[in-house]
Write a protein that binds this ligand. Structure first.
Ligand code: IPE
Ligand code: IPE
Ligand code: MG
Length: 260
Protein backbone atom coordinates (compact mmCIF):
# COMPACT_ATOMS: atom_id res chain seq x y z
CA UNK A 1 0.00 0.00 0.00
CA UNK A 2 1.21 3.47 -0.85
CA UNK A 3 1.40 4.61 2.78
CA UNK A 4 3.78 1.74 3.73
CA UNK A 5 6.00 2.63 0.77
CA UNK A 6 6.19 6.26 1.91
CA UNK A 7 7.23 5.34 5.44
CA UNK A 8 9.74 2.57 4.70
CA UNK A 9 11.18 3.69 1.35
CA UNK A 10 11.14 7.48 1.07
CA UNK A 11 13.05 7.33 -2.24
CA UNK A 12 10.04 5.71 -3.90
CA UNK A 13 7.27 7.76 -5.44
CA UNK A 14 4.08 6.17 -4.04
CA UNK A 15 2.12 7.49 -7.04
CA UNK A 16 4.17 5.42 -9.52
CA UNK A 17 4.43 1.96 -8.01
CA UNK A 18 4.52 -0.65 -10.83
CA UNK A 19 1.34 -2.69 -10.68
CA UNK A 20 2.96 -5.82 -12.11
CA UNK A 21 6.64 -6.79 -11.92
CA UNK A 22 7.94 -9.85 -13.79
CA UNK A 23 11.33 -11.31 -12.88
CA UNK A 24 13.71 -13.64 -14.73
CA UNK A 25 15.49 -15.15 -11.74
CA UNK A 26 18.84 -16.06 -13.24
CA UNK A 27 22.34 -16.90 -11.99
CA UNK A 28 21.79 -19.63 -9.39
CA UNK A 29 24.23 -22.04 -11.02
CA UNK A 30 27.00 -19.45 -11.38
CA UNK A 31 26.47 -18.32 -7.77
CA UNK A 32 26.92 -21.90 -6.54
CA UNK A 33 29.94 -22.50 -8.76
CA UNK A 34 31.63 -19.36 -7.45
CA UNK A 35 31.53 -20.94 -4.00
CA UNK A 36 32.63 -24.35 -5.19
CA UNK A 37 29.20 -25.98 -4.81
CA UNK A 38 26.80 -27.93 -7.01
CA UNK A 39 24.23 -25.92 -9.01
CA UNK A 40 21.34 -27.02 -6.78
CA UNK A 41 23.01 -25.24 -3.84
CA UNK A 42 22.37 -22.02 -5.78
CA UNK A 43 18.74 -22.92 -6.41
CA UNK A 44 18.25 -23.56 -2.68
CA UNK A 45 19.69 -20.15 -1.82
CA UNK A 46 17.51 -18.59 -4.50
CA UNK A 47 14.55 -19.21 -2.19
CA UNK A 48 15.83 -16.48 0.19
CA UNK A 49 15.76 -14.05 -2.71
CA UNK A 50 12.18 -15.05 -3.54
CA UNK A 51 11.13 -14.46 0.08
CA UNK A 52 12.79 -11.02 0.12
CA UNK A 53 11.26 -10.10 -3.23
CA UNK A 54 7.75 -11.00 -2.17
CA UNK A 55 8.03 -9.18 1.15
CA UNK A 56 9.22 -6.04 -0.62
CA UNK A 57 6.45 -6.29 -3.21
CA UNK A 58 3.81 -6.62 -0.50
CA UNK A 59 5.34 -3.75 1.49
CA UNK A 60 5.30 -1.22 -1.33
CA UNK A 61 1.99 -2.35 -2.82
CA UNK A 62 3.00 -4.15 -6.01
CA UNK A 63 -0.14 -6.05 -6.93
CA UNK A 64 1.32 -8.77 -9.18
CA UNK A 65 4.72 -10.46 -9.22
CA UNK A 66 5.45 -13.06 -11.91
CA UNK A 67 8.53 -15.20 -11.29
CA UNK A 68 10.10 -17.24 -14.08
CA UNK A 69 10.94 -20.39 -12.14
CA UNK A 70 11.23 -23.07 -14.84
CA UNK A 71 11.09 -22.61 -18.59
CA UNK A 72 9.98 -25.00 -21.33
CA UNK A 73 13.64 -25.06 -22.40
CA UNK A 74 14.80 -25.94 -18.87
CA UNK A 75 13.43 -29.48 -19.48
CA UNK A 76 16.64 -29.96 -21.51
CA UNK A 77 18.80 -29.71 -18.37
CA UNK A 78 20.37 -32.82 -16.79
CA UNK A 79 17.72 -35.04 -15.23
CA UNK A 80 19.37 -34.79 -11.83
CA UNK A 81 19.07 -31.02 -11.79
CA UNK A 82 15.43 -31.15 -12.96
CA UNK A 83 14.52 -33.66 -10.24
CA UNK A 84 16.24 -31.59 -7.57
CA UNK A 85 14.47 -28.44 -8.78
CA UNK A 86 11.08 -30.15 -8.70
CA UNK A 87 11.72 -31.44 -5.17
CA UNK A 88 12.82 -27.96 -4.10
CA UNK A 89 9.64 -26.54 -5.57
CA UNK A 90 7.39 -28.89 -3.59
CA UNK A 91 9.32 -28.40 -0.34
CA UNK A 92 9.46 -24.62 -0.72
CA UNK A 93 5.78 -24.09 -1.45
CA UNK A 94 4.86 -26.26 1.50
CA UNK A 95 7.29 -24.50 3.83
CA UNK A 96 6.43 -21.00 2.64
CA UNK A 97 2.66 -21.26 3.10
CA UNK A 98 2.74 -19.51 6.52
CA UNK A 99 4.72 -16.63 4.98
CA UNK A 100 2.26 -16.33 2.10
CA UNK A 101 -0.58 -16.18 4.60
CA UNK A 102 1.27 -13.69 6.84
CA UNK A 103 1.99 -11.36 3.92
CA UNK A 104 -1.50 -11.87 2.46
CA UNK A 105 -0.11 -13.23 -0.83
CA UNK A 106 -2.20 -15.25 -3.28
CA UNK A 107 -0.46 -17.94 -5.36
CA UNK A 108 -1.23 -18.53 -9.04
CA UNK A 109 0.61 -20.35 -11.83
CA UNK A 110 1.11 -20.03 -15.57
CA UNK A 111 2.62 -22.71 -17.79
CA UNK A 112 2.14 -26.32 -18.72
CA UNK A 113 1.51 -27.48 -15.15
CA UNK A 114 0.37 -30.95 -16.32
CA UNK A 115 3.94 -31.59 -17.44
CA UNK A 116 5.23 -31.24 -13.87
CA UNK A 117 5.50 -34.29 -11.59
CA UNK A 118 2.07 -35.08 -10.08
CA UNK A 119 3.20 -34.21 -6.55
CA UNK A 120 4.25 -30.71 -7.72
CA UNK A 121 0.97 -30.09 -9.49
CA UNK A 122 -0.92 -31.27 -6.39
CA UNK A 123 1.10 -29.08 -4.01
CA UNK A 124 0.58 -26.07 -6.25
CA UNK A 125 -3.16 -26.65 -6.45
CA UNK A 126 -3.46 -27.03 -2.67
CA UNK A 127 -1.49 -23.84 -2.07
CA UNK A 128 -3.51 -21.95 -4.68
CA UNK A 129 -6.67 -23.01 -2.85
CA UNK A 130 -5.27 -22.15 0.59
CA UNK A 131 -4.24 -18.65 -0.52
CA UNK A 132 -7.21 -17.95 -2.81
CA UNK A 133 -8.68 -15.25 -0.54
CA UNK A 134 -5.41 -13.37 0.04
CA UNK A 135 -5.50 -10.01 -1.70
CA UNK A 136 -2.41 -7.93 -1.03
CA UNK A 137 -0.12 -9.28 -3.77
CA UNK A 138 -0.59 -12.05 -6.35
CA UNK A 139 2.44 -14.26 -6.92
CA UNK A 140 2.34 -15.87 -10.36
CA UNK A 141 4.83 -18.71 -10.74
CA UNK A 142 5.80 -19.45 -14.34
CA UNK A 143 6.51 -23.18 -14.45
CA UNK A 144 7.15 -25.25 -17.54
CA UNK A 145 6.34 -21.96 -19.21
CA UNK A 146 7.52 -20.17 -22.31
CA UNK A 147 6.05 -17.25 -24.18
CA UNK A 148 5.93 -19.10 -27.48
CA UNK A 149 4.27 -22.13 -25.86
CA UNK A 150 1.52 -19.90 -24.46
CA UNK A 151 1.01 -18.12 -27.79
CA UNK A 152 0.76 -21.45 -29.62
CA UNK A 153 -1.81 -22.74 -27.09
CA UNK A 154 -3.78 -19.52 -27.46
CA UNK A 155 -3.74 -19.76 -31.26
CA UNK A 156 -5.05 -23.34 -31.02
CA UNK A 157 -7.95 -22.16 -28.83
CA UNK A 158 -8.79 -19.29 -31.18
CA UNK A 159 -8.53 -21.51 -34.27
CA UNK A 160 -10.91 -24.00 -32.64
CA UNK A 161 -13.40 -21.19 -31.89
CA UNK A 162 -13.16 -20.01 -35.50
CA UNK A 163 -13.64 -23.54 -36.81
CA UNK A 164 -16.72 -23.98 -34.60
CA UNK A 165 -18.13 -20.68 -35.81
CA UNK A 166 -17.90 -19.06 -32.35
CA UNK A 167 -15.72 -16.23 -33.65
CA UNK A 168 -15.30 -14.55 -37.05
CA UNK A 169 -11.72 -14.39 -38.28
CA UNK A 170 -12.18 -10.64 -38.97
CA UNK A 171 -13.04 -10.12 -35.29
CA UNK A 172 -9.76 -11.54 -33.99
CA UNK A 173 -8.05 -8.71 -32.11
CA UNK A 174 -5.40 -8.10 -29.46
CA UNK A 175 -8.17 -8.61 -26.95
CA UNK A 176 -8.93 -12.08 -28.38
CA UNK A 177 -5.32 -13.14 -27.86
CA UNK A 178 -5.08 -11.48 -24.43
CA UNK A 179 -8.06 -13.51 -23.31
CA UNK A 180 -6.72 -16.79 -24.68
CA UNK A 181 -3.35 -16.60 -22.93
CA UNK A 182 -2.45 -18.11 -19.55
CA UNK A 183 -1.95 -14.53 -18.37
CA UNK A 184 -5.50 -13.45 -19.29
CA UNK A 185 -6.41 -12.50 -15.72
CA UNK A 186 -3.41 -10.23 -15.12
CA UNK A 187 -2.33 -6.83 -16.39
CA UNK A 188 0.80 -6.66 -18.58
CA UNK A 189 4.03 -6.25 -16.59
CA UNK A 190 5.07 -2.63 -16.09
CA UNK A 191 8.58 -3.67 -15.14
CA UNK A 192 10.65 -6.69 -16.16
CA UNK A 193 13.79 -7.47 -14.16
CA UNK A 194 16.51 -9.93 -15.15
CA UNK A 195 19.34 -10.79 -12.79
CA UNK A 196 22.80 -12.27 -13.52
CA UNK A 197 23.89 -9.82 -16.22
CA UNK A 198 22.38 -11.72 -19.15
CA UNK A 199 20.50 -9.35 -21.43
CA UNK A 200 17.92 -11.52 -23.09
CA UNK A 201 14.30 -12.50 -22.65
CA UNK A 202 14.73 -16.31 -22.85
CA UNK A 203 11.20 -16.90 -24.10
CA UNK A 204 9.46 -15.21 -21.14
CA UNK A 205 6.10 -13.36 -21.51
CA UNK A 206 6.78 -12.43 -25.17
CA UNK A 207 3.37 -10.97 -25.90
CA UNK A 208 2.89 -9.29 -22.53
CA UNK A 209 6.18 -7.34 -22.34
CA UNK A 210 5.51 -5.31 -25.50
CA UNK A 211 5.66 -2.08 -23.47
CA UNK A 212 7.32 -3.17 -20.22
CA UNK A 213 10.29 -1.22 -18.88
CA UNK A 214 13.30 -3.54 -18.60
CA UNK A 215 15.87 -3.48 -15.81
CA UNK A 216 18.97 -5.65 -16.05
CA UNK A 217 21.19 -6.18 -13.03
CA UNK A 218 24.43 -8.13 -12.72
CA UNK A 219 23.43 -9.38 -9.24
CA UNK A 220 23.09 -13.17 -9.24
CA UNK A 221 19.63 -14.28 -8.16
CA UNK A 222 20.61 -15.83 -4.76
CA UNK A 223 22.09 -12.42 -3.79
CA UNK A 224 19.03 -10.42 -4.90
CA UNK A 225 17.59 -8.51 -1.93
CA UNK A 226 15.13 -5.69 -1.20
CA UNK A 227 17.83 -3.07 -1.86
CA UNK A 228 18.24 -4.41 -5.41
CA UNK A 229 14.49 -4.50 -5.97
CA UNK A 230 14.35 -0.93 -4.65
CA UNK A 231 17.00 0.08 -7.22
CA UNK A 232 14.93 -1.52 -9.98
CA UNK A 233 11.78 0.32 -8.89
CA UNK A 234 13.66 3.62 -8.72
CA UNK A 235 15.06 2.97 -12.21
CA UNK A 236 11.51 2.25 -13.41
CA UNK A 237 10.24 5.47 -11.84
CA UNK A 238 12.91 7.46 -13.67
CA UNK A 239 11.68 6.26 -17.08
CA UNK A 240 9.28 8.13 -19.31
CA UNK A 241 6.70 5.67 -20.64
CA UNK A 242 5.63 7.14 -23.94
CA UNK A 243 3.73 4.24 -25.53
CA UNK A 244 4.56 5.64 -28.96
CA UNK A 245 3.62 9.24 -28.20
CA UNK A 246 6.01 12.17 -28.08
CA UNK A 247 7.39 13.42 -24.82
CA UNK A 248 5.48 16.69 -25.21
CA UNK A 249 2.16 14.89 -25.50
CA UNK A 250 2.68 13.46 -22.02
CA UNK A 251 3.16 16.82 -20.29
CA UNK A 252 -0.15 18.35 -19.15
CA UNK A 253 -1.18 21.19 -21.49
CA UNK A 254 -1.26 23.82 -18.72
CA UNK A 255 2.50 23.29 -18.25
CA UNK A 256 3.12 24.73 -21.69
CA UNK A 257 3.45 21.66 -23.90
CA UNK A 258 3.52 22.35 -27.61
CA UNK A 259 1.30 20.44 -29.99
CA UNK A 260 4.18 19.25 -32.20
C1 IPE B 1 18.12 -19.69 -12.80
O1 IPE B 1 19.46 -19.96 -12.53
C2 IPE B 1 17.19 -20.76 -12.29
C3 IPE B 1 16.57 -21.59 -13.34
C4 IPE B 1 16.68 -21.40 -14.63
C5 IPE B 1 15.77 -22.71 -12.89
P1 IPE B 1 20.31 -20.88 -13.51
O2 IPE B 1 20.17 -22.30 -13.07
O3 IPE B 1 19.97 -20.60 -14.91
O4 IPE B 1 21.80 -20.37 -13.19
P2 IPE B 1 22.91 -20.00 -14.22
O5 IPE B 1 22.30 -19.04 -15.20
O6 IPE B 1 23.36 -21.26 -14.86
O7 IPE B 1 23.98 -19.36 -13.40
C1 IPE C 1 15.66 -18.36 -17.94
O1 IPE C 1 16.92 -18.68 -17.45
C2 IPE C 1 14.64 -19.26 -17.33
C3 IPE C 1 14.38 -19.07 -15.90
C4 IPE C 1 14.88 -18.12 -15.15
C5 IPE C 1 13.45 -20.01 -15.32
P1 IPE C 1 17.88 -19.66 -18.25
O2 IPE C 1 19.15 -19.72 -17.48
O3 IPE C 1 17.20 -20.93 -18.53
O4 IPE C 1 18.08 -18.85 -19.61
P2 IPE C 1 19.18 -18.96 -20.74
O5 IPE C 1 19.22 -20.37 -21.21
O6 IPE C 1 20.49 -18.55 -20.13
O7 IPE C 1 18.74 -17.99 -21.78
MG1 MG D 1 20.61 -19.25 -16.28
Amino acid sequence: MASDAVVSYPSINPERIPKHVAIIMDGNGRWAKQQGHMRIFGHKHGVNAVRNTLEFAAEIGIEYVTLYAFSTENWSRPEREINALMQLLVDTIEKELPNLMKNNIRLKTIGNIHQLPARCARQLKETEEATANNNRTTLILALSYSGRWDIIEAVKKIATSAKNGDINIEDISEETLNKALNTAAYPNPDLLIRTSGEMRISNFLLWEIAYSEIHFTSVLWPDFRKEHFLQAVMDYQSRERRFGKTSEQLIPKEKGASEE
